[in-house]
Ligand binder design. Structure first.
Ligand code: SF4
Length: 160
C-alpha cells in the first residue's frame, strides 16, 4: 500500500515560500519516490526552480520513509543546514509533513509541495496509469469516499 501524491502547481508552492529566502528541501524515499513526486530527481528539479527564482537552497535530503520515527535522526544529521533555512519544503505526503514538523528542533514552518490524494495498491496505480487497467485496490476507492479517484479508474475496477 502506498500513499499516492501529485505535485502541487509551482505557483502554489512559490506562494507558500513567498517570505522564505532560504529553503531546505526534504523528499521521501518510499511512496513519493515511487510516484515520481518527491524522489531525488524531483527534489533536484525543485532545487533548480527555487534557485532560478532567486532563493537559496541551504540543503536537501531524501529521507528513507518520512513518516517513520527515524526521520528525527535524519533531521538531527542535517540540523545545521536546516537551521540556516527560513523554512522547510516537504516533498512528501501530508503524514510526512506532520512527522517532519513534529521532529523539527526549532519552530520553522514546513510547507507541503505535494497533494495527498489517496492510499492505493501501487500495482493498481501503475496499471491504471499505464496500458492495462485491470486491477484497482478497493482501499483507493474507499479513501476517495466511494468515488473513483479519476476517470482513468473507471475501467473495470477489481480488488487486488
Ligand atoms: S511520508 Fe507519506 S509518502 Fe513518505 S513513506 Fe510515509 S506515507 Fe509514503
Amino acid at each position: 500500500m502506498k500513499t499516492i501524491t501529485s505535485s502541487k502547481p509551482v505557483e502554489e508552492v512559490m506562494g507558500y515560500l513567498e517570505k522564505c529566502c532560504k529553503v531546505y528541501i526534504i523528499g521521501c524515499g518510499t511512496c513519493a519516490t515511487m510516484c515520481h513526486t518527491g524522489g531525488k530527481s524531483e527534489v533536484l528539479g525543485m532545487k533548480k526552480k527555487l534557485e532560478g527564482s532567486g532563493k537559496k537552497v541551504t540543503g536537501w535530503m531524501i529521507v528513507p520513509t518520512a513518516c517513520d520515527e527515524l526521520t528525527k535522526y535524519a533531521l538531527d544529521e542535517e540540523a545545521e543546514r536546516i537551521k540556516e533555512a527560513d523554512c522547510v519544503l516537504a516533498m512528501t505526503c501530508a503524514v510526512g509533513v506532520q512527522t517532519i514538523s513534529l521532529h523539527m528542533k526549532d519552530s520553522k514552518p514546513v510547507y507541503p509541495a505535494l497533494n495527498t490524494m489517496f492510499i492505493a495498491c501501487l500495482l493498481a496505480w501503475r496499471t491504471a496509469r499505464g496500458t492495462s487497467p485491470r486491477c484497482v485496490c478497493s482501499v483507493a476507492v474507499a479513501c476517495s469516499g466511494g468515488r473513483r479517484p479519476s476517470a482513468r479508474w473507471s475501467a473495470a475496477p477489481r480488488a487486488c
